[in-house]
Write a protein that binds this ligand. Structure first.
Ligand code: ZN
Ligand code: ZN
Length: 386
């Protein structure tokens, strides 16, 4: 078979049916990246953009695409001033070394920020290309906090930590825009996880092209239309060297969903793209208006607490079924005969999650209630007044 664009012999086979040569494949992938940014018309020429680099396959390709686009000498040059940042997990310093090496190859500076800085958010802009010092005690408190949660909650919480740190660092280096390198596969997994953990109303910010939760900083996902299969070809053709992250911690809901999605994808090539298209349909359309940013937000994930434009949330559904059951005479009698469970009658949900809807969304309330005695960062505790 020959390349479907130029008829030379094929080197790339996508979705078991589309043949390309290396050149046409690269043109195509670059085009997807540029089209994704272009059609959303959110960038102003020559503005600062912060790019989060984990070292994994997605961000390795994002780094190469950005570098290629900003070094073009023609009208297609991408007019942004990029800043690069890597969030460092203390227990995995090798990822930071790998990212510094990757960036060195392009002659690019990268800032390394410890995840533990989440504990007070008081960090300065560090010296570029080296791992900054941080207090041991802060690192310990951070890990105690994560370790006090079940794995599923900790994995979910860590995503919120990273998002907050990116937004804070973007403010420090005066970037209004952040790029992150989530791939279609990651987003499909995140979508199903969101639905399963009661974060359905947050789908559009967590999975869509643009996270608009912060009123100043927008987080964009410019490679969200590039599949894992395409990324792997890209890495091979350009001989890039991604840092191979360990997969999501096993035994978590996220890891179960990840293997479910990737197993399905093997036999049904449209699985991931179908899941992601569904995300666009779930999202509500009024996100960009200013009124949205006036609302009260969850102190951990910064999502709006009162999503009145959403039809129903998991929590409301639970509340409604409880009320309906209590209104049923037969069920009432059953309750009266069983005093142990008649506590259902009192407003059960607020007693389980005392902070819900006031300071925390349902998902973060659940994470918080599953923490074992340890403390959230002081600036959050302050708000919650625990
Ligand atoms: Zn070709
Ligand atoms: Zn939240």
């Amino acid at each position: 078979m020959n390349c479907k664009k130029c008829d030379s012999s094929h080197t790339v086979l996508l979705r078991k049916k589309d043949y390309y040569c290396d050149d046409c494949f690269m043109v195509n992938t670059n085009h997807k990246f540029r089209a994704c940014i272009g059609k959303n018309k959110i960038l102003i020429p020559n503005e600062n953009v912060l790019i989060g680099i984990s070292g994994g396959v997605g961000s390795t390709v994002l780094l190469d695409l950005v570098n290629h686009a900003v070094t073009l000498e023609n009208t297609k040059k991408l007019r942004i001033v990029p800043f690069f940042v890597h969030l460092l997990d203390e227990e995995r310093k090798d990822s930071a070394q790998a990212v510094i090496k990757q960036c060195n190859k392009y002659n690019i500076n990268v800032y390394i920020i410890h995840l533990a800085e989440y504990m007070d958010l008081k960090f300065d802009i560090p010296e570029a290309n080296c791992i900054p010092e941080t207090e041991e005690n802060k690192v310990k408190l951070f890990h105690d906090m994560l370790n006090s949660m079940p794995i599923t909650a900790a994995t979910d919480f860590l995503l919120k930590v990273k998002r907050n740190l990116l937004v804070e660092f973007a403010k420090k280096v005066k970037c209004r825009i952040v790029f992150t390198g989530e791939t279609t596969s990651t987003l499909a997994i995140n979508l199903l996880t969101n639905l399963a953990t009661g974060r359905g109303s947050q789908v559009q910010d967590d999975i869509g092209f643009c996270d608009v939760r912060d009123k100043e900083i927008k987080i964009l996902r410019p490679i969200k239309d590039i599949s894992k299969e395409e990324l792997d070809y890209y890495v091979a053709i350009k001989q890039l060297s991604p840092f191979h992250e360990k997969d999501v911690i096993s035994n978590s809901l996220q890891s179960v969903i990840a293997s479910f999605v990737s197993d399905l994808q093997k036999d049904f090539q449209a699985t991931i793209s179908t899941v992601c298209k569904t995300a666009d349909k779930i999202g509500n359309q009024e996100r960009m208006n200013d009124e949205r940013n006036m609302q009260e937000k969850c102190v951990i994930c910064k999502s709006n607490l009162h999503t009145r434009d959403l039809n129903i949330s998991a929590l409301e559904a639970t509340n409604i079924s409880r009320k309906v059951s209590l209104g049923n005479a037969q069920f009432r009698q059953y309750l009266d005969n069983n005093p142990d469970i008649s506590s259902l009658e009192s407003d059960a949900t607020p007693s389980v999650f005392p902070l819900i809807n006031k300071y925390l969304c349902y998902g973060c309330s659940r994470n918080q209630s599953e923490m074992n005695q340890t403390k959230l960062p002081p600036y959050i505790e302050e708000v919650l007044k625990l």
